[in-house]
Design a protein around this ligand. Structure first.
Ligand code: PEP
Ligand code: MN
Length: 456
């Protein structure tokens, strides 16, 4: 039940409603808006307070038909924006990319991945410390030491960190080191855990259960909300179906369905949702297109040798390419732009076919040299950038493509010319990315050597 107070209601009148609710053994959740206060009433046998509409200051009482109350759009029209150590997820914010390894395996693996995903534009670092594996013989995670490594990665990169909590007994340790508590798919129905994270001060990312309906998932969120934690993020990560071509069936329709039912932020995990590296980028783009507030992407320095979920983990290169694509489509913000200038030229013709072929071979050779020269210049641009930021300037890239497409006359259509330059740009980005990785790793090694001191 929702009690909507009049805009003119006094604090005393609000307190009066709250007191009446509590006297009847029910709970009141206040939501103080700019114009008015709304009070969510939850508990069993709500009929006991059916007279709330007659209390002073009350404008109307709305009954919520859905079994979840606090998670519902009736309870809160404005969409929730969850803040986690400097990053905001939800309502009006750009797509937040959470990236990192499935499991924290070592200091080196985590730090290298953290530097890469930060440079490429991720906003939150993920890393499993406690892995709820299907088999008891699989790698179970490094436990508490991994939480400390995540805190160290946060110190080094500034990225807030998220990790999955499986045991209420560990929540205090998580609160010390971790910014967002993840409740995994296998624990979505673990009500003891849900109530425990509901009492935490940290935001909670709640994954959809392997075979949970959207309603069951929202009721799981309701456990967290009703325990007092308003900062819940829902994460679609695929469900079990008869389909075996993918690890799970990523239910992207859940995003708009949830949007119509809840005010909570919604993010998508295409890594667990598909289970295959090649499917992660297309489904990530689809998730962004369908209106997700964020993505969870597994990234590993050496996916084939990952201790868990290597098949679905992106390499640094693949993750960088995905981030470029998200920027090109403007789901993620780009660096600031500064358009430049450069025209093109058309050659004259000869009669003999062999002559023409010779000229083509000659031109290709010169083109190859020019393409290398262009790459060398792209590298010079990268050298002048901060190595630890992505530097991907979509506006400049677009201006360059437009110039290339319209600046010349010849047999190629603007679309065909654009295809050529698009390939050139992607290859140049790969060169820049390799260089940035090399520089950040060298700097990190240098900083570590300096910290260790002489002879350290
Ligand atoms: C994870 O994100 O590490 C994980 C185990 O995911 P899920 O709970 O969705 O399987
Ligand atoms: Mn995983």
């Amino acid at each position: 039940m929702i009690v909507v107070m009049r805009p003119t209601a006094t604090q005393e009148e609000v307190d009066g409603v709250r007191r009446t609710v509590e006297e009847h053994g029910l709970e009141a959740f206040l939501s103080v808006g700019e114009e008015r206060t709304v009070i969510g009433v939850v508990g069993s046998d709500i009929e006991r307070v059916s007279h709330l509409g007659t209390l002073p200051g009350v404008e109307q009482v709305i009954r919520i038909s859905s079994p979840y109350k606090l998670a519902s759009v009736e309870h809160q029209v404005e969409r929730t924006r969850v803040r986690a150590n400097g990053v905001e997820i939800g309502q009006g914010q750009e797509l937040v990319v959470i990236a990192g390894p499935c499991a924290v395996e070592s200091r080196e693996q985590l730090m290298e991945t953290a530097r890469c995903v930060k440079r490429e534009g991720a906003r939150v670092l993920r890393g499993g410390a406690f892995k709820p594996r299907t088999s008891p013989y699989s790698f179970q995670g490094l436990g508490i030491p991994a939480l400390k490594l995540l805190a160290e990665a946060h110190e080094a990169t500034g990225l807030p960190v998220i990790s999955e909590v499986v045991d209420p007994a560990n929540i205090a340790a998580f609160e010390e080191h971790i910014d967002i508590l993840q409740v995994g798919a296998r624990n979505m129905h673990n009500f003891v855990l849900l109530k425990a994270v509901g009492q935490s001060r940290r935001p909670v990312l709640l994954k959809r259960g392997l075979s949970a309906t959207i309603e069951e998932w929202l009721l799981a969120a309701e456990y967290v909300l009703s325990a007092g934690n308003p900062n819940v993020i829902l994460c679609e990560r695929g469900i079990r179906t008869f389909e075996t071509a993918t690890r799970n069936t990523l239910d992207l329709s859940a995003v708009p369905v949830l949007r119509s039912r809840t005010h909570l932020p919604i993010i998508v995990d295409p890594s667990h949702g598909t289970g295959h590296r090649a499917l992660v980028a297309p489904m990530a783009l689809a998730s962004a297109a369908v209106g997700a507030d964020g993505l969870v992407i597994e990234v590993h320095p050496d996916p084939p040798n990952a201790r868990s979920d290597g098949d679905q983990s992106l390499s640094f290169e693949e993750f960088g390419t995905l981030m470029d694509e998200l920027r090109r489509l403007q789901f993620v913000r780009s660096a600031d732009s500064a358009p430049a200038q450069a025209p093109a030229q058309v050659p004259a013709f000869s009669e003999d076919i062999e002559d023409v072929r010779d000229r083509i071979d000659d031109l290709d050779a010169r083109l190859a040299v020019m393409v290398q020269e262009r790459a060398a210049l792209a590298l010079e641009v990268q050298r002048r950038r901060l190595p630890n930021v992505h530097g991907h300037d979509v506006l400049r890239e677009r201006a360059l493509l437009e110039r290339a497409a319209s600046g010349t006359t010849g047999p190629m259509t603007p679309v065909e010319l654009t295809m050529v330059f698009d390939a050139l740009l992607r290859a140049s980005r790969a060169v820049q990315r390799r260089h940035a990785h090399w520089v950040t790793e060298a700097q990190a090694a240098e900083a570590e050597a300096a910290a260790a001191g002489p002879g350290g």
